[in-house]
Design a protein around this ligand. Structure first.
Ligand code: ADP
Ligand code: MG
Ligand code: MG
Length: 485
């Protein structure tokens, strides 16, 4: 049985007309991305990769993911402030991975310096896939009880696409209606991701308490996803038009940032209230010592960091794996029902630390490499190893400390649907696709106090089935929206 939204049953010429409308709509409504390249070319905005129609998500699954977000927010905050847990969890990773070691060293320096800013700001995105329990063909309708929501990863830094995702549902209502589909408006639910994230930035700026201080967007010099970042800024101006936003790189922060004796951070005459990182999330963002110097400077300051170094550390795959150990969640959450609801979303996760436990995991992976994903401590897509690459990795590093920089994860086999992906290099045909659901959350708090904790919308991203990776800017997936059934 095909689900009603796939079989649009339109002649090709009408589909092309709808595609033309959709392409222009994305440009007119800011579902766009910079084209990249050099000079003037680089400033042009083009459509962000998107799907022509929404993809089905059972309402109960989306609800499950959304309702867990405030618990995840608080959990990650608590873990970030638990020095012993961080140290115990990360002690082997930092010996095997220079990037993690550098982050860890910054954390230690911040700790030695004493608390300069007790509040931490998280603009998080918790990502899930719908694991399909039965072996059904692409496009077959599956009921919610045949799907299990499984966490892929928790993003604690530079969680992207909240800006563009707020727009996209409006496009999908239009494209479905142009096909003559009947549906309730709330089957494509309202999504206030950009607005909610922007409110988090504004709340942190308010909390800092200096009306003259600026919000610093930490960006890369060759960023393409600028429009997504700008949406948060535009939404913030709805309530806080007085906030000045500066956009600087880590290298510029190193060159021009002044850390005063009392910890206040200045750029020229401007005191920085909040640093919002849309760079610095992965190793390639630190090509020289200068970027590390810029990072240290902001971390040692009184500015409210989104995220702080601790928050970035808890977003690592290693922490995800350590939290999946029996008894780990109970250290942070007293309510067994909440523990159970969070744990039910965890896939099987394995430490690869040298020793018996890690050896057993390596054995499992070598016996069935197609059933696992091997993950290093990186962000932004394109770093994981699958299938043959897993076998090769463990053959080369069977018993060396390199493996301690990775974790092993059960591979999720998501429900396959059908959709048209609109993306350079992908043929515009009805394709077998799989989706990943992200839930946005904002947390602003200190050791003593929770100022903000809310869930604020969702993103859906969809890729051709069989594609291993999933990043949109990295070129694997497209933006999508959930169609609730
Ligand atoms: P990153 O931080 O680089 O985004 P992820 O853990 O999200 O790292 O992995 C990147 C992509 O790889 C995901 O978007 C998803 O498409 C795919 N992926 C990750 N983990 C799994 C898994 N356990 N099963 C299936 N696919 C996965
Ligand atoms: Mg990530
Ligand atoms: Mg990811």
């Amino acid at each position: 049985m095909a689900t009603s939204i796939y079989d649009v049953d339109l002649p090709d010429w009408r589909l092309k007309e709808i595609l033309d409308v959709a392409n222009e709509w994305t440009i007119c409504n800011g579902v766009s991305i910079k084209s990249g390249g050099e000079g003037v070319e680089a400033r042009k905005a083009v459509s962000a990769p998107y799907s022509l129609f929404p993809s089905v998500v059972p309402a109960s699954i989306l609800q499950q993911a959304k309702s867990s977000m405030v618990h995840f927010n608080r959990l990650m905050h608590k873990v970030a402030l638990d020095h012993d847990f961080l140290e115990e969890s990360l002690k082997n990773v930092i010996k095997a991975d220079d990037f993690m070691e550098n982050l860890w060293n910054i954390y230690l320096k911040v700790r030695d310096a004493g608390v300069k800013q007790p509040y931490h700001l998280g603009l998080f995105r918790n990502d899930f896939m719908m694991n399909c329990l039965n072996n059904v063909g692409p496009g077959e309708l599956v009921s919610a009880d045949q799907l299990e929501l499984k966490q892929i990863e928790f993003n604690a830094i530079s969680s992207s696409f909240g800006g563009l995702s707020e727009q996209l549902g409006h496009l999908h209502r239009l494209t479905l209606r142009m096909c003559g589909k009947q549906f309730d408006s709330d089957q494509i639910p309202e999504n206030r991701s950009a607005t909610g994230l922007a409110q988090g930035l504004a709340a942190a700026w308010d909390l800092y308490g200096n009306p003259k201080a600026v919000l610093l967007y930490l960006i890369s010099s060759d960023e393409r996803n600028v429009i997504d970042q700008r949406w948060l800024e535009f939404k913030m101006y709805n309530t806080h038009p007085q906030i000045r936003v500066l956009r600087r790189t880590l290298a510029e922060l190193s060159d021009n940032g002044i850390l005063q004796g009392d910890g206040r951070l200045f750029l020229g005459n401007d005191e920085v209230a909040v640093v919002y990182m849309r760079d610095g999330y992965t190793a390639e963002n630190y090509p020289t010592l200068k970027e590390w110097d810029g990072r240290l400077k902001m971390e040692l300051s009184t500015a409210i960091k989104c995220p702080s170094i601790q928050y970035q550390l808890v977003g690592s795959k290693k922490i995800q794996q350590e939290l999946a150990r029996p008894g780990a969640l109970e250290k942070f959450i007293s309510d067994p029902a909440i523990v159970q609801s969070i744990r039910s979303t965890f896939a099987d996760l394995y430490s690869l630390d040298l020793g018996e436990e890690g050896d057993i995991a390596v054995g499992k992976a070598l016996a069935a490499p197609d059933k696992f994903v091997l993950k290093p401590q990186r962000e932004g897509g394109g770093h994981n190893l699958y299938s043959e690459a897993i076998t090769n990795f463990f053959t080369t590093y069977s018993n060396s400390k390199e493996r301690e920089g990775y974790i092993l994860m059960q591979r999720i086999f998501p429900w396959q649907q059908k959709n048209y992906l609109v993306k350079a290099g992908v043929p515009f045909v009805l394709s077998n696709v799989v989706s990943e659901v992200g839930i946005y959350g904002v947390y602003l708090g200190s050791e003593a106090e929770e100022k903000q904790n809310y869930e604020c919308g969702h993103m859906l991203r969809t890729k051709i089935s069989g594609t291993d990776e999933g990043g949109i800017v990295a070129g694997f997936a497209v933006l999508d929206t959930p169609f609730l059934v």
